[in-house]
Design a protein around this ligand. Structure first.
Ligand code: PA5
Length: 468
């Protein structure tokens, strides 16, 4: 790349940089209800310790999610290109971290309301009504299923996979299973790996040490979105660009550190993520899982009971102004609103001049619908501030793969930092295991008979009482 090209590239990146505006959390704007700027000086030792721990983990290879933006993606791209020719529909079978990143990217980066080919379906839930209807709607001879499971034993994904496998066998013959199933799983562990090796399915690897909710930049998120036509190179370039910004312990230079530190200092029990953009609606779904599963913990790393974690909530602007904002403005002052705002939406619609005599309508004449959306976001932020309610705003210049890469990477790094500040392991999820084991018991899985007995004991407690 020549000097001129490099400069142009750099200028484009600068113009595409996302920003975090935290005025709505600071005392300068909120008065007593806000955070004083010198709080960060007092917090410095903790921030330095958090940064040192994470940098050590990154360098020693125990947190490989950090370096996913720099992986070689030629294999993923080649497979995606070939699959694009082979199918009209790609169906992801996966749940939680194996699904939400793909959903967020697809919603943000694929054209809304258009049926493009190949169409991407993310079948994360197991409601037989909707999953059955999806299967009925597919031309199986032009469909590829991407089974994504790190553990290879998630009941929902495995159940879907077994149904699909049988369906393919019945409708298209045994050979079709080999052509129509691509598995994304761990390189060595889990129940899927030996099946992949035995059956000869095409596969992609989830790198060791990359957990589900930190895997959007692994083949988990990259492959299906590449098949759907998303520019994954630009996505990773955005993540890498954010990586260069999320370094060091100076909060005003590191947006991930600033975000995590502010949530920690604010100590509000609830975080509401509220995009003012339909395209970003599922980013908040993805973020809620990341923040909840990583930080919601019974014990800290010393084993002490702490019951920590901020409850993440999804809302959508402006829709939820007419549903939730009354509560956020006047109900308990226990929330931080996190707005997502797009400066320059791809499309604007002008509201036509009409009814000059009707003042209640005329002020809209000639204004843009996007401008109305952005004004409403600011108005909500100020209305909250007037009541001493905290908010901060991520601003994306536009919605594209580069800005999405930045946003998701920043939120992942912020989650890791928050884990350090709360002193919890952000990378495990012991609280979801018990429910899984009780399910195994009820479904008759070998080795879980005592869980089935436990369920029966609980069912007896019901005794048909307290039900109307
Ligand atoms: O973030 C996580 O680790 C979880 O949400 C997992 O992604 C989810 O439980 C699915 O797990 P698996 O990929 O093993 O099927």
């Amino acid at each position: 790349m020549g000097q001129g090209q490099k400069k142009a590239d750099r200028a484009w990146r600068e113009a595409m940089t996302i920003h975090l505006d935290v005025n709505g959390m600071m005392a300068a704007m909120l008065g007593e209800a806000g955070i004083q700027e010198d709080t960060f000086a007092a917090l410095q030792p903790r921030l330095q310790a958090a940064d040192a721990a994470l940098q050590h983990a990154r360098q020693s290879g125990t947190l490989p999610f950090y370096d996913l933006p720099y992986q070689n993606i030629s294999g993923v791209q080649a497979l995606a290109e070939s699959v694009r020719q082979e199918c009209d529909a790609l169906v992801v079978l996966g749940i939680g971290g194996s699904a939400l990143g793909t959903r967020a990217l697809a919603r943000a980066l694929l054209p809304p309301f258009s049926v493009q080919t190949p169409v991407l379906h993310v079948a994360d839930n197991i409601d037989p009504a909707s999953f059955g209807a999806l299967l009925d709607s597919l031309d199986l001879s032009r469909t590829i299923f991407n089974v994504i499971s790190k553990s290879g034993e998630t009941a929902e994904t495995m159940a879907q996979f077994l149904i699909v496998r049988q369906l393919l066998q019945e409708k298209l013959g045994a050979g079709a299973v080999r052509q129509r199933i691509i598995v994304t799983t761990d390189a060595t562990s889990g129940y899927l790996r030996p099946l992949v090796d035995r059956e000869g399915w095409r596969d992609l690897i989830i790198p060791a040490g990359v957990g589900g909710r930190f895997s959007v930049f692994a083949p988990v998120g990259l492959f299906p979105t590449a098949v759907a036509g998303i520019n994954i190179e630009e996505l990773l370039a955005g993540a890498a660009w954010m990586d260069t910004r999320c370094r060091g312990t100076e909060v005003w230079q590191n947006p991930a550190l600033l975000f995590a530190a502010l949530q920690f200092v604010a100590a509000k029990p609830i975080l509401v993520m509220m995009p003012y953009s339909d395209a970003l609606a599922e980013v908040s779904e993805w973020f809620c899982q990341l923040w909840a599963e990583s930080l919601g913990k019974e014990r800290d790393r010393q084993g002490r009971i702490v019951h920590t974690g901020q409850t993440p909530v999804r809302a959508l602007g402006t829709t939820d102004q007419h549903s939730q904002v009354q509560l956020y403005t006047e109900g308990p002052n226990d929330k931080v609103l996190v707005f997502l705002r797009v400066t320059d939406p791809e499309r604007e619609l002008t509201i036509p001049e009409s009814y000059p005599e009707v003042e209640g309508l005329h002020y809209l004449s000639g204004a843009g619908l996007g401008a109305l959306l952005r004004h409403e976001q600011r108005a909500t932020e100020i209305a909250l501030a007037k009541k001493g309610r905290m908010s901060c705003t991520f601003t994306l210049p536009v919605v594209n793969a580069f800005t999405l890469g930045q946003l998701l990477y920043l939120l992942e790094v912020a989650t890791a930092i928050a884990g350090e500040l709360y002193d919890v392991n952000a990378f495990d999820q012991p609280g979801v295991e018990e429910g899984k084991h009780l399910t195994y018991g009820m479904m008759g899985r070998a080795g879980f008979a005592e869980k089935d007995a436990e369920v029966r004991a609980w069912e007896e407690k019901r005794q048909g009482r307290f039900v109307v």
